[in-house]
Design a protein around this ligand. Structure first.
Ligand code: AMP
Length: 301
């Protein structure tokens, strides 16, 4: 894909103070005043409740682009239940403070749209066909989730018009689906994959972690522990034995309720039966602590 801008130029971003826009018109007006045909525009879409995982994406975007837009928008069409949407953590004031305190890296445009700004008067998801990627893992347990993700990402990319968009490997299936979306729609944007930021215990950072008690949060590190042991076992243990070992590990756990564990080929996300040495594999876990859903994954080879 050809992106015409000074990628990786490491120039400081142009904006001199954090600017927050809630309407498309004001965002476009600002971008028009900053952009040149050669500018790299980095975009980091988020649902807010920002943590170090989000901030690592923003830092990378700042390093690689002259202009950076961070969106904060809790997308209604990707939630499977009204309850989950309702309890999703929101704290705009703190989010803006966190972005603002990244002062050593320069300043940023924050786009906080209303539902109407993103969706107009029809809050509906499109029926995308991502070639089966959307039917694996998360797709099985959250039907329609990736249709909602695809819909909002396409709309946000259209509104912001970035040259580069940053997504975390924490949501690896989402990342692959967005790469597919960009291919399908021939959007002129480079999707940049960013590695998973973890708490010192190993627990993958997530906006949902703040709903865990201190004890649950520390116990939740068992999820990453299982992934690390899976990686150790991967080269010399049959896959069904590893899967059984993980099931047993969580079967006895009174706090963590395993939803799925899968070892999948990285590109198709199809569950692996045999390992082909030239292919890349990942292990994926979804688990609940009470009604709080946690996901994580690890590269195996
Ligand atoms: P969210 O606000 O959960 O929609 O996430 C916004 C972006 O941040 C997505 O691209 C996520 O994959 C990414 N992200 C979330 N948590 C992490 C993490 N722990 N490490 C790296 N990226 C993350």
């Amino acid at each position: 894909m050809q992106i015409n801008c000074n990628s990786l130029s490491l120039q400081p971003i142009i904006v001199k103070s954090m600017k927050v826009f809630t309407t498309n018109q004001s965002l476009h007006f600002c971008l028009a005043s900053l952009k040149t045909p050669a500018s790299c525009l980095g975009f980091v879409p988020t649902m807010g409740a920002l943590h170090q995982g989000h901030l690592s994406l923003i830092k990378r975007a700042i390093k690689e682009n002259e202009i950076v837009v961070v969106s904060i928008f809790v997308n209604p069409t990707q939630f499977n239940s009204a309850g989950d949407l309702e309890t999703y953590p929101r704290n705009l004031k703190q989010d803006l403070k966190k972005i603002e305190s990244m002062e050593s890296l320069g300043e940023i445009i924050v786009y906080v749209p209303s539902e109407a700004a993103v969706y107009g008067n029809s809050v509906e998801k499109e029926a995308f066909d991502f070639g089966g990627l959307e039917l694996q893992m998360e797709g099985k347990f959250r039907p329609g989730h990736f249709q909602g993700v695809g819909t909002v990402v396409q709309k946000l990319l259209d509104i912001v018009g970035p040259t580069h968009a940053y997504f975390g490997e924490k949501d690896f299936q989402q990342l692959q689906i967005i790469k597919k979306l960009v291919k399908m729609t021939k959007a002129n944007v480079k999707i940049v994959a960013c590695s998973i930021e973890r708490e010192p215990s190993g627990l993958a950072m997530s906006s949902r972690n703040i709903r865990l008690t201190t004890g649950e949060r520390s116990h939740a590190s068992k999820i990453y522990e299982a992934l690390k042991i899976t990686k150790d076992k991967f080269s010399d243990t049959p896959l069904d034995e590893i899967t059984q070992w993980v099931a047993d590990k969580f079967e006895k756990d009174a706090i963590i309720n395993l939803e799925y564990f899968e070892i999948s080929e990285q590109l198709t996300l199809q569950s692996a039966n045999i390992i082909e040495p030239q292919k890349k594999y990942r292990a994926f876990i979804s688990a609940y602590i009470r009604n709080i859903r946690l996901i994580d994954n690890i590269a195996l080879n």
